[in-house]
Design a protein around this ligand. Structure first.
Ligand code: APR
Ligand code: PHB
Length: 396
């Protein structure tokens, strides 16, 4: 049993796995501790739009083979408001950038396979993970596996354990500031083996609620409906879902929907959340452990990737060049980009959803916002440059 490593990584979601793979390639030892089983982690259905920066990082980590072969390049998205369809030409508006449609489940699967192939330690079903002495020179982690308590000593700890993880909770409350916005609705998602209704994603506002037409491949679709938080997934038969979807889409789109049995259906709440700072002593918070975005901007996984990139570059400079001074920079550099993605996700959510408490003035403003952004070159560019992903900040 390994009981000393350089970087202890808590959580085997995309953040932990990608960081682990990059560190491994750079010759920096790390151990990943995951509370759940690998199958459980792969069972979670998440988003599927990768920014160029995320794609580049997957390539740098050496895990891009299947993504490059199977991912679908999308040069645009469509927005709908009041029945009007507007294409956002991402490529033209950004001077050549696009996004790649490749499911987060597949990203995770590829990273898990790479981890297994590298032989680097990853411990699934690690119970009662606890972080100790993170402010000292000798931090360590304890956990239970097969009834035994194991102590893992390390130089640094990467808290990649998501919103409900233990890492953020280890930091004393008095040093943290939490910023939060909870939205008064959720998204009901349905996955089906049916061809997508459109070759590009469609984000649509309707007075009955927002709709997203997304996809995982040319034969697998992912659709979402805005629903009140009081809705129960059991009350949504596939038939009811398809009917409501068609009601909320423009007739020409609705007429092309191919329906079929659902492979998965679930309701997710929408939340914006950031904790500051994202580090405490030798502990760094990465991805969902530090921030949550509503899915409207497709930023969750991409923001996790930019955190990973920042932390990886800092740790590489520390181990390869002795640049321990950079350690203190992590939170500041990561948060600059985090807040911009928070802003865009919040903006897209406000622009396209139906808010139960909005009055007539608010509704006119929402429609005018839409009209302005989609009829001005500057407005279109703003949406496009944020959607494809803002540049990564340098670490110094
Ligand atoms: N000990 C060990 N592992 C834990 C613990 C714990 N106490 N608590 C949580 N975990 C694990 C979870 O089981 C999960 O596998 O940490 C992992 C966190 O993964 P994610 O929630 O996927 O977070 P992250 O890797 O940061 O990915 C961010 O995934 O959640 C989406 O929208 C999000 O797309 C974004 C991306
Ligand atoms: C998805 O395919 O699940 C998806 C795509 C884009 C989003 C959100 C979710 O903005």
């Amino acid at each position: 049993m390994v009981n000393r490593t350089q970087v202890a990584i808590i959580g085997a979601g995309p953040s932990g796995l990608l960081l682990g793979q990059l560190l491994q390639k750079a010759g920096i030892d790390n151990v990943i501790l995951e509370r759940q089983s690998g199958e459980y982690v792969l069972g979670r259905i998440r988003a599927g739009v990768l920014e160029q920066g995320t794609v580049d990082l997957m390539r740098e980590a050496g895990v891009s083979q299947r993504m490059d072969a199977e991912g679908l390049i999308h040069d645009g998205i469509e927005l709908v408001f009041g029945g009007r369809r507007d294409r956002i030409d991402l490529k033209q508006l950004t001077g050549g950038s696009s996004v790649l449609v490749y499911g987060q489940t597949e990203v995770t699967r590829d990273l898990m396979a790479a981890r297994a192939a590298s032989g680097a330690p990853i411990i699934y079903e690690a119970a009662n993970v606890q972080l100790h002495d993170v402010k000292s020179e000798r931090p360590y982690v304890t956990f239970e596996k097969n009834g035994e308590t194991i102590r893992l000593e390390c130089d640094y700890i990467a808290g990649c354990d998501g919103f409900h993880g233990i890492s953020r909770k280890t930091i004393p409350e008095e040093v943290l500031t939490h910023y939060e916005r909870v939205y008064p609705f959720g998204w009901l998602g349905l996955l089906s083996d049916t061809p997508p209704v459109n070759h590009e994603l469609i984000y649509a506002h309707h007075h009955r609620g927002f709709v997203l037409c997304s996809q995982r491949s040319t034969t697998r679709s992912r659709y979402y409906l805005q629903v009140p938080l009081t809705e129960k997934v059991e009350d949504w038969t596939d038939e009811r879902f398809w009917q409501e979807l068609k009601t909320r889409l423009p007739a020409d789109v609705a007429g092309k929907i191919v329906t079929g049995p659902s492979l998965e259906k679930s309701i997710a709440p929408l939340r914006s959340y950031v904790v500051e700072p994202m580090q405490y002593g030798k502990l760094f918070l990465v991805g969902d452990a530090a921030h949550i975005v509503p899915p409207t901007g497709a930023k969750g996984l991409n923001l996790a990737a930019s955190d990973v990139s920042t932390l990886y570059r800092i740790l590489r400079s520390v181990y390869q060049e002795g640049r321990v001074d950079l350690i203190e920079k992590y939170s500041e550099v990561a948060l600059r980009r985090v807040w911009k993605a928070e802003r865009f996700s919040w903006f897209m959510t406000n622009l396209l959803h139906e808010f139960p408490d909005r009055d007539a003035f608010d509704k006119r403003m929402q429609r005018t916002d839409y009209d302005y952004y989609t009829s001005s070159e500057a407005g279109l560019k703003t949406i496009a440059e944020n959607y494809v992903g803002l540049p990564y900040d340098p670490i110094e």
